[in-house]
Design a protein around this ligand. Sequence first.
Ligand SMILES: *Cc1c(COP(=O)(O)O)cnc(C)c1O
Ligand code: SF4
Length: 374
Amino acid sequence: MVRSRFQPTDRSLWPEAGRDWDDWRWQMRNRLQSLDKIERLIALSDDEQQACQATIGEFRLGLTPYYASLIDTGDADCPIRLQAIPRMLELQVSSDEAADPLAEERDMPVPGLTWRYPDRVLLYTSHQCAVFCRHCTRRRKVSDPDSAPSKDQLNGAIRYISEHSEIRDVVLSGGDPLSLSNQRLAEVLRALRAIPHVEIIRIGTRHPVTLPQRVDEALCAVLKEVQPVYVHTHFNHPRECTQEAFDAAARLADTGSVLGNQMVLLRGVNDRASVVQDLNRKLLMMRIRPYYMYQCDLSEGTSRFRVPLHRGLEILEALRGHTSGMAVPHFVVDLPGGGGKVALSPDAVVEKNDDYWLLKSYTGEIVRVPSGEG
Ligand SMILES: *Cc1c(COP(=O)(O)O)cnc(C)c1O
Ligand code: SF4
């Protein structure tokens, strides 16, 4: 079985959990949200200790026991730890950074809906997450319970979609849409599916990574009902590909949903080709197709994660041809200021004229190809 190549999770730090471990409500109730709760399990550095307290007002702290169990406590720079535990550097805001780097609030025709491209919208459903990722683009509002979209606001945004027939693709985003109850989520999904011009529904969620237990029977039943649905996950490191995540992805794929992954390129986490290749091969075994590899957005306090743009291209070059084409995502930069996404790819065209183009193969060989113009 392919599943046996995935790591089981180590629950030994939570002997009291028993079978509750598999219940996402237990995981949410027992999230580690303060310094002392984390310190009982992991010895933090001075910097991390200070940061856990100093950043609370900026961006809350929180991780599920499941996600915490993936931390290698013997590794000060464990990739899971880097994503979930704050550092003091988060309080430094560089001049390139902004609270809303993608100007999502500007392109809002109604509250809770960003409409930037001709035919698709982002619909914000919740500001709650299972883990507050330190690199979050929406840290300005995610984790702040007071800014969460109200029921009226969400209904208003859905009404707006129903009144605009250009919108054929709706991306549920957040926070995490799977933070809604199954009942509320079913209402939202059914309301969208009832709109004749909505062709596809997408759900952007990190729960398969941070709280795979959330993919329960009731959720799967609703997803089956409202197909076609695309689920975009956010795996950043092969350590996150556990047996539990594997099972959650299997349950999701069995609903008929098409699974894609949106990785964020993060310094110290996944800025090496070997790590990205390992991750993407694991994702393919989970029936998740790597979709985007994002340059980390310029949200405030995220400079510790930023990777030079050229590294992204080098990683693509190391993947293309060397492993399954399906394991090669698009490398995208979401333009600061809200200009939209730009896909970057390594230059394959060495020279071109009316007769022929010179193209570089994945091994570096230069080959002449007729231009087809004549
Ligand atoms: C990323 C994004 C989308 C979806 O873009 P795709 O390239 O189709 O995946 C839609 N709207 C906004 C505002 C986005 O940022
Ligand atoms: S799950 Fe997504 S929205 Fe929530 S903190 Fe992580 S990156 Fe931000």
